[in-house]
Ligand binder design. Structure first.
Ligand SMILES: C[S@@+](CC[C@H](N)C(=O)[O-])C[C@H]1O[C@@H](n2cnc3c(N)ncnc32)[C@H](O)[C@@H]1O
Length: 215
């Protein structure tokens, strides 16, 4: 997704890391999801966790921006697109661009949203994402948000301009944004958007929060 903020363009699709840079904490957590849930991976990036998601789920729907799903790039070692990779490798699974999500009527047991809110430099879009996730969950479903609250990687960004949950940084390769969402920030955001917190825990540099819409 591309965002125009303060006169600069932020290409958030470039924030996605490849499957060779998995967080074992996130991967292990996904591996614990039981009862073959129907999963939607919100902001799937370069399919960093797709194999694990597919191994535990009955089916997975992968959502990201139209540009992230359809640009040619290296996905899990193959030069292809996210859309094509899912079609060729994960039977029964699909991709949906964020831009078309409004029309999607399925409901999910689990929605994963890993390191996505930190890549969105726009308050209005964060609110829209929270509303989408809420309306895409089954009655007894839940969403898991994973955010980094600390990283040596932030150091570079901290020289940038303070903005929203983090920093706007302009370097030789253009501008980027990095939000830092700790336990207090994510819980505040979830409550503001009508979610009830099920639990929050911290592993290393990541904060995990399971939440569901207030009934
Ligand atoms: C840091 S990457 C994380 C990708 C993946 N979840 C992972 O952990 O590897 C952030 C992702 O959020 C996506 N993104 C940004 N805004 C979005 C939006 N409004 N809807 C869906 N995805 C979005 C970007 O395109 C990017 O792929």
């Amino acid at each position: 997704m591309r965002y125009k903020i303060k006169g600069v363009e932020i290409r958030s699709e470039n924030a996605a890391k490849p499957s060779s840079q998995k967080s074992s904490a996130v991967n292990d957590y996904i591996g614990t999801l039981s009862n073959a849930p129907l999963i939607l991976d919100f902001g799937c990036g370069k399919l960093r966790y797709s194999d694990t998601l597919v191994s535990v789920a009955s089916k997975v729907t992968f959502v990201d921006s139209d540009i992230q799903l359809n640009r040619e790039q290296v996905i899990r070692g193959e030069r292809t697109t996210v859309k094509q990779y899912v079609k060729s490798n994960y039977s029964g699974c699909k991709t949906i661009p964020y831009e078309n999500l409004e029309k999607h009527r399925s409901k999910y047991d689990v929605i994963t949203c890993t390191n996505v809110l930190s890549a969105i430099p726009c308050k209005k879009t964060i609110s829209e994402v929270m509303a989408h996730i809420s309306s895409l969950l089954k009655k007894d479903g839940f969403a898991t948000f994973v955010n980094q609250h600390r990283s040596s990687y932030f150091k570079k960004y901290e020289s940038g301009e303070r903005m929203l949950h983090g920093y706007l940084y302009s370097g030789s390769k253009g501008s980027s944004y990095y939000g830092i969402l700790d336990k207090a920030a994510i819980e505040r955001l979830l409550k503001k958007h009508g979610y009830e917190i099920i639990k929050t825990w911290i592993v290393g540099e990541s904060t995990f929060t399971e939440a569901r819409p207030n009934s």
